[in-house]
Write a protein that binds this ligand. Structure first.
Ligand SMILES: C[S@@+](CC[C@H](N)C(=O)[O-])C[C@H]1O[C@@H](n2cnc3c(N)ncnc32)[C@H](O)[C@@H]1O
Length: 374
């Protein structure tokens, strides 16, 4: 084991050593919180640090709001505490505690003697995918109860990896797990689909194949936006069966060809000039991800396009999402990792793609996009 000194890292290392020494000193902290010029910064930093310490409580307050359908209830109009208690089946004290906490977090707001939906609560209600994500977080929460054990065992082995196991051993797909996971993906898909479609001109293409397309939410959205596109979807057979039902309900089944198979083993269908991978690559370890990228390269014609959209690591301003949240989420899942755009582009080069570029998406926190040419 080699140990380094701060001074081995030049001026930046020395600056970090000095800054950390100052910020961790109780005397400086006391001074900064009292001195008028440093007080606002000290308060901001204290608040950010407190949020980091208390974040799991905030998440559980949100989970409670969603479980008792408090936000939906308040969307119909302001209510008093007693009514909320009765409708959410909580004792009055519990309802008051939840309402106050929700108000502190911006989900709810007091309105005279009543409670109304807060600004963040309203934004959340407009996005069913977030509520679905929060609702299934109890699995991740269980897995994170002992984060060091999770790190030491190298990921997986918990509740979230059980949900995902159908994709790891495609032959033995447990229908309940396929249903739960596919439904979650379909509900959270609009978050990503809109951004993916806005970031790239899909009307340049004639035939699109969505690989790992789940229940077909993305092909349905892109198909509605570009009516001339001929559409295909590739996923595990059990998931394709669900896609068939869903696309049929949406009146799209006649427009989408379904291809059931395992992309780590089976050849992908040819004849499509654009292949999309929406939230698929990051689910796989490097070896499997390279198998998939090479299979796509083989299936595309010369000049064909691969479009990738997913949350990525090292996203400026969104590192807590890409590196912290998705980093631990995928660790708990026991497969894959969030990758930076540079890492994905290097893998694309290794798979034989001639060029690739990063596209702009409106909310890089939930998805970034890369387009590559064969
Ligand atoms: C994270 S989900 C994304 C689904 C969809 N693209 C979306 O954004 O909602 C990953 C998808 O890849 C599929 N998948 C995973 N491993 C697969 C494999 N070996 N062969 C085919 N599909 C696979 C899963 O069944 C699932 O539908």
């Amino acid at each position: 084991m080699q140990s380094y000194k701060f001074s081995d890292h030049g001026w930046r290392g020395r600056w970090i050593a000095w800054r950390n020494g100052v910020l961790s000193s109780p005397a400086f902290q006391r001074f900064a919180s009292r001195f008028a010029l440093t007080r606002p910064v000290a308060r901001r930093r204290a608040r950010a640090l407190f949020d980091l310490v208390a974040g799991f409580t905030y998440s559980q307050i949100l989970a409670a709001c969603i479980e008792v359908k408090l936000l939906e209830l308040l969307a119909d109009g302001p209510l008093d505490t007693e009514t909320v208690a009765a409708r959410c089946m909580l004792p009055t004290h519990g309802a008051r505690c939840l309402l106050r906490a929700g108000a502190a977090l911006g989900l709810i707001q007091p309105l005279g003697t009543h409670w109304a939906l807060g600004a963040d609560g309203a934004a959340l209600l407009g996005n069913r995918g977030i509520a679905e994500m929060v609702a299934h977080h109890h699995l991740l929460y269980t897995d994170l109860a002992d984060p060091v054990a999770l790190l030491r065992r190298g990921g997986g082995g918990g509740a979230l990896s059980d949900l995902w196991r159908y994709a790891e051993s495609p032959g033995s797909g447990d229908p309940a797990a396929v249903t739960a996971y596919s439904a979650l993906m379909a509900a959270s898909q609009p978050l990503v689909a809109a951004q993916a479609i806005d970031s790239y001109k899909f009307h340049r293409h004639r035939r699109l194949l969505d690989v790992g397309g789940g229940e077909g939410a993305f092909v349905a959205t892109v198909g509605a936006r570009v009516p001339a596109l001929d559409l295909g979807l590739f996923d595990l057979p059990a998931v394709c069966a669900r896609a068939h039902v869903r696309l049929d309900q949406a009146g799209m089944s006649g427009r989408v060809t379904l291809h059931g198979g395992n992309f780590l083993v089976d050849a992908l269908p040819r004849g499509f000039d654009v292949i999309t991978l929406i939230r698929v690559l990051h689910d796989h370890d490097d070896g499997a991800a390279m198998v998939l990228l090479r299979a796509i390269h083989a299936a595309l014609p010369p000049g064909g396009t691969l479009f990738i959209a997913e949350p990525m690591a090292q996203t400026p301003g969104a590192q807590p999402a890409g590196d912290a949240y998705f980093g631990f989420y995928l660790l708990a899942m026991g497969s894959g990792r969030p990758r930076s755009p540079d890492q994905i582009r290097a893998m694309l080069r290794d798979a034989g793609f001639a060029r690739s570029r990063l596209l702009n998406t409106s909310v890089p926190l939930t998805a970034r996009a890369i387009v590559a040419t064969r």
